[in-house]
Write a protein that binds this ligand. Structure first.
Ligand code: PLP
Length: 392
C-alpha cells in the first residue's frame, strides 16, 4: 500500500454497497424537462424553483454584463474586485430582505463556511439542528467553538442545550429555514423566542427558502412575519434565483465585520459581471412576476397530492421538496434508475447525505413544470413503486 492505494478499497466498498455513482450529465440547459444522459426526461431534481436558470432575460443580462464589464474581475472584493454592480446587487438584496444591509459571497457554501467562524470562536457554543447543511457544519468546525447538535426541530431539546451553554461567552443557534433533504420548515417563531430568552444569536440558512417562502420568495423569516427579529439570514443566489452566489442579510455592523473577517470574501475572487447582472435581473423578475411563485406552489400541491394518494411515504414535507422514503440507500438508487428508464429523473439520496436507513428519492417541483409533466412523472412513480413493493 502506498500513496493513494487506500482509495482502491474505499471505491470497492462504495461499489459493493451499491452507492458508487457517476454524475448524471445534461446535454442542454437546466429545466423542468431536460436531456439527461442523452435522454429527454421530466426533471424532478433541479433547484430551479422559479424556472429562471434558462430565462432569456437572465441570459441577456449576463451577455450585457460581459459586454459592458468584462468576463472576470481579476481581484478579490476587498482589493479591487468590487464593481458598482456588486454594490447594486447588495443594496437590492437588503431591500428585498428588509434588512439594513447585505453582502454577497461566491456561494451559499462559502457564506456559511465564512460567516460562522467570523462571529464565534473559542469559548463560544454553536447549537445546531442535527439536519443542518454540510456548509454550516464545516463553518462550525472552522470556528473552534464548541458544537452541540439538537434533535431535528425539537424545541425542548434546543432549550436544554441553551441552558447547558449558559456559561459560554456567546451562544449561536443555527438552522436551515427549509431542510434540504426533507422539505420541512424550521419553527422560527419558537427558535427566535428561545434565542431571546437565553441571549443567543439567531442564524437562519434560507438556501431552500429563498424564492420559495414568503411574499415574492423573501424567505422563511418573512414567511413567519419575523422581519427584524432574526440576527443573521443567509440566502443563496444559486437555487431559485437561478444563477450563483450566496448572501448574508443582517445589520450594517455585521456586514462591515464580514468585509474585514469573512475569509472567502477577503481571499477569493469576486463574481464575474455576468453572474451579478443575471442575479439583478432575477430579483427584478421575482418582484414583478408573482405568478411564478404561485405556480410553484400550485404545482407542489398537485404533485405532492398525487404521490400521497398513491400511498408513498413523503415524510414531513411542507415545501416543493418532497422526499419519497424508500429505506436502504441502494434501493433509492435502484428506484432512481428504474424511473430514469421510464423518462423521469429523481435523484436517489443515500448515506452520508442522510442516515443509513433513511434512503429516499428527493423530488423538487418547479414553476417550470406543466401539469402534464407532473402527471407523467406520478404515473412513472406509480408503476415503479408497485414493481418495487413500496405501494399497492
Ligand atoms: C444548497 C445549500 C447551500 C449551498 O448553497 P450554494 O449557493 O449552492 O453554495 C447552503 N445551505 C443550504 C441549506 C443549502 O441547501
Amino acid at each position: 500500500m502506498a500513496g493513494l492505494d487506500f482509495l482502491n478499497q474505499e471505491i470497492d466498498q462504495l461499489k459493493k454497497d451499491g452507492l458508487f455513482r457517476k454524475n448524471r450529465v445534461l446535454s442542454g440547459p437546466q429545466g423542468a424537462r431536460a436531456v439527461i444522459d442523452g435522454r429527454p426526461v421530466v426533471n424532478l431534481s433541479s433547484n430551479d424553483y422559479l424556472g429562471l436558470a434558462n430565462d432569456p432575460r437572465l441570459k441577456e443580462a449576463a451577455i450585457d454584463g460581459v459586454r459592458t464589464w468584462g468576463a472576470g474581475t481579476a481581484a478579490v472584493r476587498t482589493i479591487i474586485g468590487t464593481m458598482t454592480i456588486h454594490q447594486e446587487l447588495e443594496q437590492r438584496l437588503a431591500r428585498f430582505k428588509h434588512t439594513a444591509a447585505a453582502i454577497v459571497f461566491q456561494s451559499g457554501f462559502t457564506c456559511n463556511s465564512g460567516v460562522v467562524p467570523a462571529i464565534v470562536g473559542e469559548g463560544d457554543v454553536i447549537i445546531s439542528d442535527e439536519l443542518n447543511h454540510a456548509s454550516i457544519i464545516d463553518g462550525a468546525r472552522l470556528s473552534k467553538a464548541a458544537i452541540v447538535r439538537y434533535r431535528h426541530r425539537d424545541m425542548g431539546d434546543l432549550e436544554t442545550k441553551l441552558k447547558q451553554a449558559g456559561s459560554a461567552r456567546r451562544r449561536l443557534v443555527v438552522t436551515d429555514g427549509v431542510f434540504s433533504m426533507d422539505g420541512d420548515i424550521a419553527p422560527l417563531p419558537e427558535i427566535v423566542a428561545l434565542c431571546r430568552r437565553y441571549d443567543a444569536i439567531s442564524y437562519v440558512d434560507d438556501a431552500h427558502a429563498s424564492g420559495v417562502l414568503g411574499e415574492s420568495g423573501r424567505g422563511s423569516v418573512h414567511h413567519f412575519h419575523l422581519d427584524g427579529q432574526v440576527d443573521i439570514q443567509v440566502g443563496t443566489l444559486s437555487k431559485a434565483v437561478g444563477v450563483l452566489g450566496g448572501y448574508v442579510a443582517s445589520s450594517q455592523n455585521l456586514i462591515d465585520w464580514l468585509v474585514h473577517r469573512g475569509r472567502p470574501f477577503l481571499f477569493s475572487t469576486s463574481h464575474p459581471p455576468a453572474v451579478t447582472m443575471a442575479c439583478l435581473k432575477a430579483l427584478e423578475i421575482m418582484e414583478t412576476e408573482p405568478e411564478r411563485h404561485q405556480r410553484l406552489w400550485s404545482n407542489t400541491a398537485h404533485f405532492k397530492g398525487k404521490l400521497q394518494a398513491l400511498g408513498f411515504d413523503c415524510g414531513h414535507s411542507e415545501t416543493p421538496i418532497t422526499p419519497v422514503m424508500v429505506g436502504e440507500g441502494s434501493r433509492a438508487m435502484e428506484m432512481s434508475d428504474r424511473l430514469m428508464a421510464e423518462g423521469v429523473f429523481a435523484q436517489g439520496i443515500a448515506y452520508p447525505t442522510v442516515a443509513k436507513d433513511k434512503g429516499r428519492l428527493r423530488t423538487i417541483v418547479t414553476a417550470g413544470h406543466t401539469i402534464a409533466d407532473l402527471d407523467e412523472a406520478s404515473a412513472a412513480f406509480a408503476k415503479v413503486g408497485r414493481q418495487m413493493g413500496l405501494i399497492r
